[in-house]
Design a protein. Sequence first.
Lengths: 639, 248
Amino acid sequence: MSLTLDPKIPSGPLEQKWERHKFESKLINPSNKRKFEIIVVGTGLAGASAAATLGELGYKVTAFCFQDSPRRAHSIAAQGGINAAKNYQNDGDSVHRLFYDTIKGGDFRAREANVHRLAEVSVSIIDHCVALGVPFAREYGGLLDNRSFGGAQVSRTFYARGQTGQQLLLGAYSALNRQIAAGTVEMHSRTEMLDLVTVDGHAKGIVTRNMVTGEIKSWAADCVIMATGGYGNVFYLSTNAKGSNVTATYRAYKRGAAFANPCYTQIHPTCIPVAGDHQSKLTLMSESLRNDGRVWVPKNKGDTRPPSQIPDSERDYYLERKYPSFGNLAPRDISSRSAKEVCDEGRGVGPGGLGVYLDFADSIKRLGEAKIRERYGNLFDMYHQITGENAYEMPMRIFPAVHYTMGGLWVDYNLMSNLPGLFVLGEANFSDHGANRLGASALMQGLADGYFVIPYTIGNYLAPEGGKRPTTDHPAFKQTEADVRAKIQKFLSIKGKRSVESFHRELGLLMWDHCGMGRSEKSLTRALNRIPALRQEFWENANVPGENESLNGSLEQAGRVADYLEFGELMCLDALKRNESCGGHFREEYQTPDGEAQRDDEHFAHVAAWEYQGENKTPIRHVEPLVYENVKLATRSYK
Amino acid sequence: MNLHLKVWRQKNSETKGHLVDYEARNIPEDCSFLEMLDLVNEDLLSRGDEPIAFDHDCREGICGMCSLTINGIPHGPSETTTCQLYMRKFKDGATIYIEPFRVGAFPLLRDLAVNRSAFDRIQQAGGFISARVGAAQDANSILVPKTDSDHAMEAAACIGCGACAAACPNASAMLFVGAKVTHLGSLPQGQPERERRVLAMVKKMDEEGFGNCSNYLECEAVCPAEIPVTVIGQLNRDYSLALLKDNL
């Protein structure tokens, strides 16, 4: 069966597509909903909100997460905020402006219709989260407060201290808990999805491993929702949680789901620089800090004086200089690349010269230390714990780090992949951010997908599918289960000398050097030559001790790293075939004379979605053209 | 730096556990405590031993998955979580005892990992506001004074790690329960279910086997999210009033 990518975008004017689609979508009457069983994998913002909402509607939901509780999902670590086109500040915001900012921020590589829907439902998200008791920041009069974020000239970001992701996730978790108590959702934590089961080309179930007992089990359903997050940990060092992984989406890809734009990765400009080889992860300092912090490096190369002794005239506030209208709030991809540029010139600060200053001295002078503490206290504390430095007295040192992945499984307007019955939500899909995500838009998209999109669109698949749910006795389940068991035995029987962790570190460094902030045909070709050799060494020499029938962290990690060792190749291939620069994908061969990303709209205004062809075979690249009817493709300018 | 570790090893809940001695050598002081354990595990692996199992995920102090009782103190000598504890807090040559969170309601899974699902079940009993998706009014139509909102946020910051119960001689979960009751009870949206919530959560807390508060205040001292012990006062007040009304 050849793969088709039909985005199923509703007809009609952009502003009416979603309303019309909701009306035209198939309904399932309340008493029939309980006859449908839905699997939800992952319980971050997208998964928890989807599971809770579908349970509330009356569907029978079974949800899974690999953490010990759904409340731990990595959405919890998002700091800065969530965008919504409320225009509570009366500063010129609107649904259309949020739509336009998001399309432009994504460097014109996202679907118009999806992004417009996202901007439309953004306002309902804030209403609903407040109703759930999310303690957003308030003004003295009791109204909601807003801050501004990169890539926007309005204040539309709602926040809860520097812990917005935590509060939104705990809101979704509480809604999920209500449904668990009501019996509409059955929750399985410490349970990892290891494969997708397809029956006659439809996704009808999953195979899981109980991470405490090792039990391998099949689960059948009418459809499967995956909300399993991004793949930033392919770089080993990233701001993702240690457990975040590509396994669920990659194994679905191997079962026929198309993987879209894997090369689109977001490097966040404000993270704490790497301190040494022992480091296991990178910590983000929220982009909101750029509201009050000024980014600079010394004007002169090799200036090793402490920052306090470098006079203003010898500092280069390079973002303010290069992008006067957005200044320190330039979008993430541009800010990250600018930081790399000044460090490549030898003007970086701190150990190894891989850092730039984020300086709050002017804001502290203007607003007082108390105000800065109120806004960012927890971030300054975290910075102090990690580096031992006090950022109230000296500038923070920051450097870009892998943070978010815009690529993911391909989905249509209904958020269904090319595999009927497989829905993909949140960071795990590719849909709304194009080639670069704006700050405070990940939380918005995760909750939009889960609370307000999937409850409407899922009926289009389920209504005609009534009564077609297989049981786990079906041969497809037996076969998939056998494949999973065989793979686990294979890991345990390698009995090599090298730790799985060391393979992950080596792959990560290779990806960072060759497919990181800058990529070139040369670097990508080199990576594509080296990854298969590393993968081969893994299968010959990895050390995976212990047995399946117990809590075995090494075994869990082996499965994830084995997938990264294949997925990394797909990323490099996608980056190599996209002969342009756009957003987070910067090909060094394609840049303007002043070093900005040079798009090629004539040849690359499309989504690239990859179809798996089997082990060690080159996957097929399919194309979904991006049609712009409402915005004019323009060169992004933040000057 | 070099350290002597005494680490609790236990294959599973059916077998007996014991402390095992390990030497951690050449540990950089910029390492986090968990990165130090990563290095020890690499060493164990290279010698053909099984690594030490411990829970962790975000490694930035917010997910609440990491635990560990370090030298008798949940999360050790830091103001925050174990993952945000850095080795510069220890002296070269120090002996460090590493044990799991010890609470009856948190059964041990392996080595240093415990099962904290009891906390989820308490939240399921009533830690929510019953707001249906799509039914909400405009967010700014509910005015919340900044002081109330800040008060709610202070309590809502709980990360659900369980250190409060692990530190308490009574294994009480009242800081954890009080945090949710205070968070939702401080907001206008939380009022309709306020009494029902506190009764249901306290009932579940008792069923799960957590003890009562007798004012040791150890919970507040170890809480990485700085939840103030005043939430327990709020919990007691709300519970008494709700019980009284319930009995009328």
